[in-house]
Design a protein around this ligand. Structure first.
Ligand code: RNT
Ligand code: ZN
Length: 416
């Protein structure tokens, strides 16, 4: 490994790139690992209605986590296979609710204290999400934008409680917890009235965010979407809606890579939004036709987004979370692969000869800029990534496959 790394390192040196420096930077970038890849977005509520809200998990690969202990064991394994220190992103349905039914408008910080204790032991910080899907009160497809006041009130209460829980997490772990809000509201066919639901949503958000928490404890993000399953023609919380809301109310826009038209570039939006917003939250995902939640792979989208994260010089203001759920393959493998893909993208971006490229651009030498962009694609990356993994005390890609298989045999296969 060392020989091939040394060769690669000297190659990068020719471009004025110090590989060791890139490792240092990469190791400070946390990914917020979503808990919901482990159990197909099921959660631990007593009464479950099945996944709804226009998102879908397909596949029934054996070994799904069935309870909090199994999910934690799986997460622990995932962290062991990732270089760097990462966060955990929880959804409200993952509380420890005891034997009684606790409805969404009744959840409290105490239901998440177990997670906080676990996070302390594991050395991870927490992020949080209200859950406005998979519940009888989403039956009409509408939550905060429903014309029914009692439905709106129910969900307003839920989100207010979730923000309190987020603040509790942030306070307990001494790091701001990002509370992200995504709602499924929309309609299959074109509505006649697009205005009223958006007005209801805006008013609901105003009520929700009236509760103030210090930004040292929690921060708010809002996630837009173009369409979902059953909301093909209209989504209330569109990109324009939330971008407007966030900029006006000092909230963090959340961009999910699977939530835009396929020809739209999330990468291009980052530098635009950062001119006006202090921070951005990204959901790293892979859209495939109508699905927005495939496991990320190292495609152009991931590469351009990670390039923009690095080139923005605003890494601290860009929060990177994962959001995908695949039940058709080993779930630990899916988790780890998606996370490592994002880390690889970041490392590739860090390894680019930024100085040379910028110089070519500013001197109007666009041929050299293009040539460099192409050249860096074939400088050996694998040995550098392997070395980084090794140095971080985690397996290389080839070893990851073995580790996942072993875990499957030793742990997952005992779950039926
Ligand atoms: C749905 C959104 C949202 C969810 C999670 C489970 O399209 O992307 O982020 O995937 O909240
Ligand atoms: Zn998302």
């Amino acid at each position: 490994m060392n020989t091939s790394y040394n060769l690669a390192r000297s190659k990068y040196r020719e471009y004025n790139v110090d590989t060791e420096k890139t490792f240092k930077i990469l190791s400070t970038i946390p990914l917020s690992i979503h808990c919901w890849q482990g159990d197909d977005v099921t959660g631990f509520e007593k009464t479950r209605t099945g996944l709804s809200g226009g998102i879908q998990v397909t596949g029934n690969y054996p070994g799904k986590a069935r309870n909090v202990a199994e999910l934690r064991a799986d997460l622990h394994k995932v962290y062991q296979l990732l270089p760097g220190k990462h966060r955990l992103n929880l959804h409200a349905i993952y509380g420890e609710f005891g034997s009684k039914r606790v409805d969404r408008n009744q959840i409290e910080p105490k239901h998440f204290r177990g997670w906080i204790d676990w996070a302390k032991d594991e050395g991870v910080k927490l992020d949080f999400n209200a859950t406005l899907f998979s519940h009888p009160k989403v039956a009409s497809g509408l939550t905060l934008s429903s014309p029914d006041k009692s439905i709106r009130e129910f969900w307003i209460t839920h989100v207010r409680r979730c923000r309190r829980i987020a603040a509790d997490m942030g306070k307990s772990l001494n790091h701001p917890c990002i509370h992200n809000l995504w709602i499924p509201d929309g309609s299959k066919d074109a509505p006649v009235d697009r205005y009223s639901p958006r007005k209801y949503l805006k008013d609901a958000l105003d009520k929700i965010y009236r509760d103030k928490y210090p930004s040292s404890q929690m921060k708010d993000a809002l996630e837009s979407k173009l369409f979902g399953i059953g909301s093909e023609s209209y989504v209330v919380g569109s990109h324009e809606f939330y971008l407007g809301y966030c900029l006006k109310n000092n909230k963090i826009p959340c961009l999910d890579l699977g939530h835009f038209h396929p020809t739209e570039s999330v990468a291009d939006k980052i530098s635009a939004i950062l001119q006006f917003s202090d921070e951005i939250l990204l959901h790293m995902s892979r859209g495939v036709r109508w699905d927005s939640d495939h496991v990320p792979v190292l495609n152009d989208e991931v590469r351009t987004v990670t390039e923009e994260i690095i080139r923005s010089n605003r890494i601290k203001d860009i929060h990177i979370a994962l959001d995908f759920f695949d039940a058709s393959i080993n779930r630990i493998g899916a988790w780890v692969l998606g996370a490592r893909t994002v880390l690889k993208g970041l490392l590739m971006a860090l390894l680019q000869p930024a100085e040379l490229m910028r110089k070519a651009e500013s001197s109007g030498d666009h041929f050299s800029r293009l040539a460099l962009t192409e050249e860096v694609k074939t400088i050996p990356f694998g040995p550098v990534w392997d070395y980084y993994c090794h140095k971080s005390g985690v397996p290389t890609d080839a070893e990851v496959i073995k580790e996942v298989k072993t875990y499957e045999k030793q742990v997952l296969s005992n779950r039926n």
